[in-house]
Design a protein around this ligand. Structure first.
Ligand code: SF4
Length: 441
């Protein structure tokens, strides 16, 4: 039996695509190897969001070329956004690569592997929706569900529209059927994936659909306990989506709402299509309907043209909102994006790094303050496995998407009540509430 190994870089969408790649390969009779050295087929699912991502991937690829020199029968494949961003140049840069494919062409890998000749080939059309391929899930009780592929936005720093194409939504009935199958197969929690989930359904014909409509349709699926989603765009965070959080049992009390910058001038330069006021207005709407909701975000520091005053606006918004968590990045120009061609007002790296330190201080302090609201409460936690920091404890996630480390006996996939004793900016700690567990039974 032939064996494969997949190394994944980047975002949740790539994790999803890798699960589909594995599911497809196993449907072809391949088996997963734990190390590239034990695999006949070595695959890399690449990311192209930041400069850094590329360097790490190249180091892995060099190792794979060494393995191929030892066994020329091995097949090396490169998929994902970086492959799509350079296309056939993959083979010029790395002549030992046998197959390259974009995020919309994972299914072509099967064609390549079952074809008679294995001459090097690249597949870069935007035609396939990876979400229709069989999946090998990392956890039996959690599943990624791709609801759309691509993005119609043009954020100046982002390469995704050029590597994943225009938005293509999957039909609502197809998604409901998939989630019904997953729930029947033991999945308790699904995460709906799209570059811009709350634009879901606008492109569907003849019958358009909406993201809130999809969440309402999933809410009744037997056995499904939790619905999460990522990423929404602030411009499309409409009242119907917010009301779904307030009204639907399965929709979790967490929204990841990327801010990127607190200055409306920089947001305009980033082509984010909303202002600081619009973002704060969306936060107010969400908290009006779900006061206890957890809000997390993404922030970029050092975008070209960012002044100290602009950055002060970013700190003000983070201070005012008090996010439960944030992913923070120093701007890095991506080849082929509008921002990469900006030469005016560039922010020196050391200035950006210093701003990042101040930002992290504000974000972590506010997240720690916000997390204290959970202390003394009993939260439902979906158990994921042993704690990463203390093997004598278990780890899971609350509906607010807070990581919880706790003492007590429970199995992965179970949803158990945990009494929260303490909170840091990142995690909550507590113990299984036997009382609440008894009441629940
Ligand atoms: S919304 Fe903007 S940042 Fe997000 S994937 Fe689309 S272009 Fe990129």
């Amino acid at each position: 039996m032939k064996r494969y190994h997949v190394t994944t870089f980047g975002c949740q969408m790539n994790e999803h695509d890798s699960e589909r790649m594995k599911g497809m390969l196993e449907s072809l009779g391949y088996m997963e190897a734990s190390e590239p050295a034990d695999a006949d087929l070595i695959l890399f699912n690449t990311c192209s969001i930041r400069e850094k991502a590329d360097e790490r991937f190249v180091a892995h690829l060099r190792q794979a070329s060494g393995l191929k020199r030892r066994d020329p029968e091995r097949i090396i494949g490169v998929g994902g956004c970086w492959a799509q961003s350079v296309k056939d140049d993959v083979f010029r840069q790395f002549p030992f690569v046998d197959v390259a494919f974009g995020p919309g062409q994972v299914h072509k890998l099967a064609e390549f592997l079952t074809a008679d000749s294995l001459t090097a080939q690249g597949f870069f059309e935007f035609e396939g929706v990876t979400g229709r391929l069989p999946a090998k899930r990392a956890r039996p009780f959690q599943a990624w569900v791709q609801i759309s592929q691509g993005c119609n936005m043009n954020c100046a720093y982002c390469i995704v529209p050029s590597t994943r194409g225009r938005e293509v939504s999957r039909p609502l009935a197809e998604l409901v059927a998939e989630v019904e199958r997953l729930a029947a197969d033991g999945v308790r929690e699904v995460t709906l994936l799209g570059q811009n989930v709350n634009a879901y359904g606008r492109d569907l014909r003849p019958q358009r659909a909406s993201f809130s409509q999809l969440m309402r349709a999933l809410d009744g699926v037997p056995g499904l306990e939790r619905v999460r989603y990522t990423s929404p765009h602030p411009k499309d965070m409409r009242e119907d989506v917010v009301r779904a959080h307030a009204q639907l049992r399965t929709v979790c009390e967490h929204v990841h709402l990327p801010l990127q910058a607190g200055s409306s001038r920089i947001l305009e330069a980033m082509r984010r299509t909303y202002t600081r006021e619009r973002f704060l207005d969306r936060v107010a709407l969400i908290r009006e309907h779900v006061p206890d909701i957890a809000l997390t975000t993404d922030v970029i520091v050092g975008f070209p043209g960012e002044t100290e005053e602009d950055f002060a606006h970013t700190l003000e918004v983070c201070e005012e909102v008090g996010f439960d968590g944030a992913f923070t990045f120093v701007f890095s120009p991506r080849r082929g994006t509008e921002a990469a061609s900006i030469t005016e007002g560039l922010v020196a790296h050391e200035v950006a790094v210093e701003r990042m330190q101040r930002l992290v201080e504000v974000v972590q302090r506010r997240a720690r303050e916000r997390a204290q609201r959970f202390v003394g409460r009993t939260l439902d936690v979906l158990v994921e496995g042993p704690s990463r920091t203390d093997p004598s404890k278990l780890r899971g996630r609350s509906r607010h998407n807070k990581a919880v480390n706790f003492t007590g006996l429970a199995s992965p996939g179970e949803i158990v009540p945990v009494q929260i004793a303490s909170a840091t900016s990142q995690t909550l700690a507590g113990e299984l509430s036997l009382l609440a567990a008894a009441d629940a039974r």
